[in-house]
Design a protein around this ligand. Structure first.
Ligand code: ACM
Length: 264
């Protein structure tokens, strides 16, 4: 069994010191095997210029992520954490996926950019990948927020063998709670969404982030859900192995039955 914590909180825009402090406190207090934080958790969301991305981004191999890597190792815990990533001259909306054994750690760069992100970040170029973390026997895939609108994202992770998809998010619509259980069912995967709450206002435009962080089972059942506002840590236990047999009767298997030559 894998114990999961999904952290919902309200990052303060461009106050990295306070956000990182808070994230570290959540990790220190946590006893799970896998802890998932929201998108852009270290910086807040509402970047509007590339210059801001340059100012507030961190390298995946830099000092801050190194500190979180050390925590992952010391606490024997997988940490999935949204952050603004600097890589050479590019900036990405990324998720650090930090395993206790560092050689497994990886960085996912958001594939589908939402709203004004396109003015600040480059389109992700890592693609969707699954890390098979042998010490926990857990196959973990990651997508970020708006990636949910593209069923291909979760499908790719499902086909690549994910048991669970971690989805750091800063969601602003009210429809994603309808779609996420479908993504879980159609790929037979667990789906963990860590969403932030609160509002951010930039140049007269306000974004309201709607909390409601949640964990769905592979059959679409809601296992845990947070309030629309407020700091919260959702806790649940899952058996990753339950996702691996994609057959649901002796004749049907949701992946083997695919007729991909008929799909656009
Ligand atoms: C989003 O991708 N932050 C909605």
């Amino acid at each position: 069994m894998i114990d999961i914590s999904i952290v919902q909180f309200c990052p303060k825009l461009f106050d990295k010191k306070s956000n990182i402090n808070k994230i570290e406190q959540f990790i220190e207090a946590d006893k799970s095997d896998l802890i998932v934080f929201p998108e852009l958790a270290t910086t807040g969301y509402s970047f509007i210029t590339a210059k801001e991305a340059e100012e507030h981004s961190d390298e995946f191999n830099g000092k801050i992520m190194k500190r979180f890597q050390e925590m992952a190792t010391r606490k024997n815990k997988i940490i999935v954490l949204g952050f603004a990533e600097k890589f050479r001259t590019e900036f990405y909306n990324s998720a650090a996926i930090l395993f206790p054994e560092k050689e497994y750690s990886a960085c996912y760069r958001k594939t589908h950019l939402f709203y004004r992100e396109r003015f600040c970040f480059s389109e992700g170029n890592t693609g969707f990948f699954v890390v098979d973390y042998k010490p926990f026997d857990l196959k973990l895939g990651t997508m970020i927020c708006y990636d949910w609108r593209f069923p291909e994202a979760a499908r790719t992770l499902g086909i690549k063998g994910a048991d669970i998809i971690a989805c750091p998010s800063n969601l602003v619509t009210n429809i994603w709670h309808l779609a996420m259980p479908a993504r879980a069912i159609e790929n037979k995967v667990f789906l963990a969404v860590a969403n932030r709450y609160g509002t951010e206002e930039r140049e007269g435009q306000e974004l309201f982030f709607n909390g409601d962080s949640a964990l769905w089972s592979y059959n679409g059942t809601l296992l845990a859900v947070a309030q629309k506002e407020g700091d919260e840590v959702l806790k649940s236990s899952i058996d990753p192995k339950l996702t691996r047999n994609k057959a649901f009767n002796e004749y049907n298997d949701i992946f083997k039955d695919r007729r991909s030559n008929y799909y656009a």
